[in-house]
Design a protein around this ligand. Structure first.
Ligand SMILES: Cc1cc2nc3c(=O)[nH]c(=O)nc-3n(C[C@H](O)[C@H](O)[C@H](O)COP(=O)(O)O)c2cc1C
Length: 414
């Protein structure tokens, strides 16, 4: 019987344990979590979502305070279109977050950053260009392009001296999305170094419509493998979404995947950025508590716990501080939904907004409990303590359980 450790992910001459910990914003996949994956010979991700805020928390910078002060006069204005990101500050925050993480890296693995296209920041092209190039400047090992088709992202980095050396990959959920990406980037003569195939059981935003349940990860992996073979393209495929045990991972590794990307199991690691009390919510969740809804202003369905405080919260849009989801015209689905409620309740009191949520603020405050479909099984990965709470695990314990376990078993902590 095989185990994950019998396989290796190869990038050129270098070999890695074929386990990637997925990027989880906002600072759920912390530098500490990503660094553990690298130390253990795999690949960890940090995320650049709300990078100014992450920098403020990690390094005592004051980017958010400064931006809020700058746009103070706009706080009561329902029109948020004047809010712009200072590109110099964006580069500085990105370089701090990534640079300090890379300085701390030990071991043979790598640290990548997850960069979501949907963070359009009221200037989609310019801000994405700064985010990508600053990540390369800061010495990141690789960039995973996510939450979007990223048709122009390679071109935005093409002049960077590290464009051909850094590992660059993309997350897709269909063969069609990959075909579009490859067609669009063909003129740059630079293939992605890896393709992550995220199925319908993943955490965070889903690359499917509300018909997500009709899709199946193994089928999509087989379709993409067949397409690449027909095109004579040799790109490592990484399967993601619902892979809960080492044995689940082995079944993908035996069927064409070069590695797996996992996240849910690590949401209850000591190194994960979620507050301890939220980790307990994940532990106690039952299968019925996990829902997929459309409250994310990005337009993608998102999986979360039913008890998420973000659902129905009618807070004032907080774009003066954040504003990461403002499209290029200064709009966001939440602002529209909130303004509609204000017309009905002009006093602004007790506003409830059901259709959308202020995702920036709620993710920042860990009040949007996004999760993977297997979250309800987390309780089976640990022990219950005398006070009734569940014991958090070390990232090393979870990583090694994926790496060495067989027979669908999960090793409990000592
Ligand atoms: C709490 C949570 C937050 C996530 N946030 C992001 C994100 O910000 N960007 C992204 O591309 N994927 C995100 N994901 C998806 C993961 O990176 C990963 O691909 C997926 O969840 C793997 O499936 P699993 O959770 O079933 O192991 C998130 C997943 C979880 C569980």
């Amino acid at each position: 019987m095989k185990r994950v450790d019998d396989f290796r992910l190869k990038f050129g001459q270098k070999e890695f344990v074929p386990i990637m910990i997925g990027g989880m914003g906002v600072d759920i996949s912390t530098a500490e979590l990503a660094l553990e994956a690298a130390r253990l010979g795999g690949i960890g991700h940090i995320s650049d979502a709300l990078v100014h805020d992450v920098s403020d928390r990690r390094f005592d910078t004051e980017f958010i305070k400064g931006k809020t002060k700058f746009y103070k006069a706009n706080i009561n204005n329902s029109d948020k279109s004047i809010i712009q990101f200072d590109l110099g500050h964006l580069a500085e925050a990105t370089k701090l977050h990534i640079g300090k993480t890379m300085e701390a890296k030990r071991g043979d693995g790598m640290v990548f950053v997850n960069i979501m296209e949907k963070l359009t920041m009221n200037g989609p092209r310019e801000t994405l260009q700064v985010r990508l190039n600053s990540a390369l400047d800061a010495g990141i090992d690789g960039i995973t392009l996510s939450a979007g088709l990223h048709l122009g992202s390679f071109a935005l980095m093409a002049e960077h001296p590290r464009f051909r050396d850094a590992k660059l990959g993309i997350i897709v959920s269909s063969v069609r999305a990959l075909q579009l990406f490859l067609r669009k980037t063909a003129r740059l003569s630079r293939l992605p170094d890896y393709v992550i195939i995220e199925g319908p059981l993943a955490g965070g935003h889903l690359g499917f419509g509300m018909d997500w349940a009709q899709y199946d990860l193994a089928t999509i992996v087989a379709e993409i493998a067949a397409y690449l073979k027909a095109e004579q393209l040799d790109i490592p495929l990484i399967a993601a979404g619902g892979i809960f045990t080492g044995s689940d991972a082995v079944s993908f590794l035996e069927n064409g995947a070069s590695a797996v990307q996992v996240a849910t199991r690590f949401t209850v690691a000591n190194e994960c950025g979620l507050p301890d009390k939220v980790k307990q919510e994940y532990f106690t969740a039952s299968e019925e508590d996990i829902i997929v809804n459309t409250i994310s202003p990005t337009g993608y369905p998102m999986r979360m716990l039913r008890s998420t405080p973000a659902i129905g919260s009618g807070i004032r849009p907080n774009c003066e501080a954040y504003g990461y989801l403002l499209d290029g015209a200064g709009n966001c689905g939440y602002i529209k939904a909130y303004n509609e409620q204000i017309v009905i309740h002009p006093d602004g009191k007790n506003i409830v907004v059901m259709d959308k949520t202020c995702l920036c603020t709620h993710m920042r405050n860990y009040n949007c409990w996004t999760c993977g479909s297997m979250t309800y099984r987390l309780k089976d990965t640990t022990r219950r303590q005398d006070d009734g709470s569940y014991l958090q695990l070390s990232a090393e314990h979870i990583f090694k359980d994926y790496q060495f376990s067989v027979d669908n078993k999960v090793a409990l902590p000592e």
